[in-house]
Design a protein around this ligand. Structure first.
Ligand code: CUA
Length: 343
């Protein structure tokens, strides 16, 4: 069956593509109708897409068929002809309201499920930090390696990207993985995927971001876990947590946020992910965005029991550096430190 299809397609397609078929390429990889599928979500996104196409084709065909049949069957045959009065039929009304509603809701339900699954990274995902700027992607791996317009990832393991931008909105788009999410200045967004096939895949910026937007492209390299490990350890950079600790020292954050809590600022061990009580009586979870805000705009959310004495670090710390500090704070586990539970 596939053979017959391939042969039929080869007869119809230009020589280069036909050659690819002869060399054993598949239907979907050689005709640039669909990008390659190289992640666990790719097939699921395609399935929903085919469902939408199927519905569209079915109804377009049905509507045009009815149009032609009715135009012929119910055409006016004489000048004096008057149409018969048609009685309302509630059953028909209910039918053609309920069926489209059910179809629309099935699309909504399916799409929502997929969106939620694509939005929630698994807990064991590998952390990678991405900063977009005009016009490049800066990538920072937890273990230290840094890259520009390149992203190396292991196969078969979920990878979570924590992204932000230094200037305007960009969008991190890997068609082969069927993932795309905006990198927005002033906040963190996340994107995750699990690659299923080693290879090199296109990476695009999918949000118009200035004159060289179209040059903001790169490659995602998917490697076997062993190759990835080798690649990861071949760099000379420090792990991000250690880089962050060094920066923490250079900015003298420890003066107020030492291992022991001082009266000027709280100790930071176990901070990440904990619930913080604020002076205004509210509580917040210390996530990436909260920590970022507290460094750049310390008075935005004042912690209960501490004075408003922290200066802003806006202008003194770049987005990649903020991510280093974040990685350092994430690495400060309560159990590994004598600092005790967070205040
Ligand atoms: Cu960055 Cu378009």
């Amino acid at each position: 069956m596939i053979d017959t299809l391939s042969r039929a397609a080869s007869a119809l397609l230009p020589a280069r593509t036909a050659l690819a078929f002869a060399e054993g390429g598949g239907l979907w990889t050689d005709v640039p109708l669909f990008p390659e599928s190289a992640s666990t979500t790719a097939g699921r996104v395609d399935a929903l897409y085919f469902y939408l196409i199927g519905i569209t084709i079915f109804f377009s065909t049905a509507i045009f068929l009815c149009l032609f049949v009715f135009a012929v069957k119910y055409r006016r045959r004489s000048e004096s002809e008057r149409p018969k009065r048609i009685a309302e039929r509630i059953g028909v009304e209910v039918f053609w309201t309920a069926v489209p509603l059910a179809i629309a809701l099935s699309i909504f339900g399916w799409g929502t499920k997929l969106y939620i699954d694509e939005s929630l990274p698994p807990a064991d995902a590998l952390d990678v930090y991405v900063v977009g700027r005009q016009w490049m992607w800066q990538v920072q791996h937890s273990e230290g390696r840094r890259e520009i317009n390149e992203l190396h990832v292991p196969m078969g393991r979920p990878v979570k990207l924590t992204m932000t931008s230094e200037d305007v909105i960009h969008s991190f788009y890997v068609p082969a993985f069927r993932v795309k999410r905006d990198a927005v200045p002033g906040r963190y967004s996340t994107e995750w995927f699990q690659a299923t096939k080693p290879g090199r895949y296109h990476l695009f910026c999918a949000e118009y971001c200035g004159t060289k937007h179209s040059a903001m492209i790169g490659w995602v390299t998917v490697m076997t876990p062993a190759d990835y490990q080798r690649w990861l350890t071949s760099g000379t950079e420090l792990p991000v947590g250690a880089e962050g600790e060094r920066l923490f020292g250079r900015l003298a954050c420890g003066t107020c946020h030492g291992p022991e809590s001082t009266d000027r600022g709280p100790a930071l061990a176990g901070l990440f992910g904990s619930v913080r009580r604020l002076q205004n009586g509210r509580s917040v979870i210390a996530d990436e965005s909260y920590i970022r805000e507290s460094i750049l705009d310390p008075n935005a959310k004042l912690l209960a029991g501490y004075p408003a004495v922290m200066p802003t670090y806006r202008g003194q710390i770049s987005e990649p550096e903020l991510l280093l500090i974040l990685a350092y704070l994430k690495s400060l586990d309560v159990e590994t430190l004598a600092g005790g539970a967070p205040k």
